[in-house]
Design a protein around this ligand. Structure first.
Ligand code: ZN
Length: 510
């Protein structure tokens, strides 16, 4: 069975179904979108377009006994039957079928098989940071095709950060006039970095991205990272920080100690207006508020922040951060959205229905406690699931073998699923983007989709061989030869290189 992610139940059968000139298709009207995609795929791949017929060789039918994302695929030498409860499930059956189709001796054929498949987790996410490096909407479309092929169903867009604001706003036009452009960009090769960078999505772009993703059964979760990681907004509107001084959109990476002022009611007003301006573009029930890496140095000396702490009887600056994030959590809930916050922004006073996105392995105990107290979670441990890490630090096997459900978690249903983020500080173009993501995303796909008891790394790398054919066909610049960890010398060298870059960033910060 050469499928990634591996189906959860299957039986290989003898023989092949051959795609011939007289191939026919029939489908339930509800599954027409998937049937159309299947016809288009067959036409593009084999040159043969199936004709519609009542007694057809390919049949797509509804089966309400199946679960929402489940599909059953039965292939014998004469016919193909794909059954699903929804288009969503049928779409995954189609992705499987795409992988089953092979070319041998000039003939397109599909292995006879019976597959009954559904995902382990309902949340299977990929995150792209478009703030550090902007990627235009066509690139996002391409990625949506690729991640849906891996049966992911969430695209989380990290839309704002110190290095760029990427969302059009009519109410606050300086966000893109000033905030979407920077004059400098850190570079690993040169110390001086006068490389300007800019870009943003219009509301129309975002609507197109959401619609394109929806047609591939992917929901788009927007993130406005606050109250830290906000230098781009502050560069556009300097009154929003505690210091109220002019700053640039940040050219170097690492954490800035300049944040929004959570003591200033005008900041609450402005962010409320921005969120309301864009919230309806996105159909996902989730909205990400960031909340990570918030230096509170300036809050300690800021009269507004200190007054806010006193007036609301908050537990110091940490309490103020939670108060700020809870405020926007309430706003989101009033608009029927569920807030998500990175785990370092969550504490026991964070509203109970806020979802925690766990990324820091060293604070796992605290996250487990939150989950055991009923909080829902998305798992993104950076040592395993961050796609920007070099393969020498996070080789394929390490990612593959990651198990998202900690043995100390009592209520496993609180784990919504997993998400693999790609932070793009050192990812300036599509070439590097592909290299970092693939094939590591295939390993993450198997964590998210395939039941633990069905997983085997050796089996996975055997299947990866034929999966690479699809990458080549789709012109994906995947990282080759990363199936086995690098030798220790190369590994140490790469880790040192990585540490040097991180250290350079820290020095610049000082
Ligand atoms: Zn302040």
């Amino acid at each position: 069975m050469n499928i990634i992610p591996l189906p959860n139940s299957y039986r290989n059968l003898p023989g092949f179904f051959f795609v011939t000139e007289n191939i026919t298709i029939n489908y339930s009207q509800e599954l027409k979108p998937t049937a159309d995609m299947l016809c288009l795929f067959l036409e593009k791949t084999t040159g043969i377009k199936p004709k519609q017929s009542q007694y057809a060789m390919i049949n797509l039918s509804l089966d309400f006994s199946l679960e929402y994302e489940q599909y059953q695929l039965f292939v014998d030498t004469l016919s193909i039957h794909l059954a699903a409860r929804t288009n969503h499930g049928a779409f995954y059956g189609l992705q499987t079928l795409k992988q089953l189709l092979t070319l041998k001796d000039g003939r397109h054929r599909i292995n006879c098989t019976f597959i009954d498949d559904r995902p382990r987790f309902s949340y299977r996410g990929f995150m792209l940071d478009v703030a550090r490096h902007f990627f235009p909407k066509n690139e996002i479309f391409r990625l949506i095709d690729l991640i849906s092929f891996h049966k992911f169903n969430v695209l989380h867009l990290h839309l704002t950060d110190d290095q760029g604001w990427r969302i059009e706003s009519e109410l606050y036009p300086r966000l893109t006039e000033i905030g979407s452009k920077r004059n400098r960009t850190s570079s690993r090769k040169r110390k001086t970095q006068d490389i300007p960078h800019q870009g943003f999505y219009t509301k129309q772009d975002l609507k197109e991205i959401v619609a394109y993703a929806k047609s591939r059964h992917i929901e788009v979760i927007p993130e406005i990272d606050m109250p830290g990681h906000m230098n781009a907004l502050i560069a556009a509107y300097p009154q929003t920080s505690c210091l109220k001084k002019e700053i640039e959109v940040r050219g170097s990476f690492g954490i800035s100690d300049i944040t929004l002022c959570p003591g200033n009611m005008d900041v609450y007003q402005m962010l409320t207006e921005i969120i309301i301006e864009i919230i309806d573009i996105f159909e996902s029930p989730y909205f990400h508020l960031g909340g990570d890496e918030v230096p509170k140095k300036h809050w300690k000396k800021c009269p507004l922040c200190q007054k806010m702490i006193k007036d609301n009887n908050l537990k110091g600056e940490n309490g103020l951060a939670t108060y700020f994030l809870n405020y926007f959590g309430e706003l989101l809930k009033a608009h029927n959205k569920i807030p998500i916050i990175w785990n370092d922004g969550v504490d026991s006073d964070t509203a109970a229905d806020t979802v925690i996105q766990h990324w820091k392995p060293f604070t796992r105990k605290k996250t487990v406690k939150e989950i055991n107290h009923g909080r829902k979670a998305i798992i993104s441990d950076f040592l395993y699931l961050y796609l920007d890490y070099p393969y020498s630090m996070t080789p394929l096997r390490k990612t593959y073998q990651f198990e998202p459900i900690d043995k100390n978690i009592r209520n496993k249903e609180n784990i919504l699923g997993v998400e693999a983020p790609l932070w793009t500080e050192w990812v300036p173009n599509q070439y590097k983007l592909d290299y970092q993501i693939f094939p590591r995303l295939a390993a993450v796909a198997e964590i998210a989709w395939t039941e633990k008891y069905n997983k085997s790394y050796e089996h996975f790398i055997n299947r990866l061989d034929s999966f690479y054919d699809y990458y080549r066909r789709m012109r994906v610049n995947y990282a080759q030869g990363k199936e086995f960890p690098p030798n220790i010398i190369k590994r140490c060298f790469n880790v040192l290189l990585w540490l040097r870059d991180e250290n350079n960033e820290l020095q610049k910060k000082k």
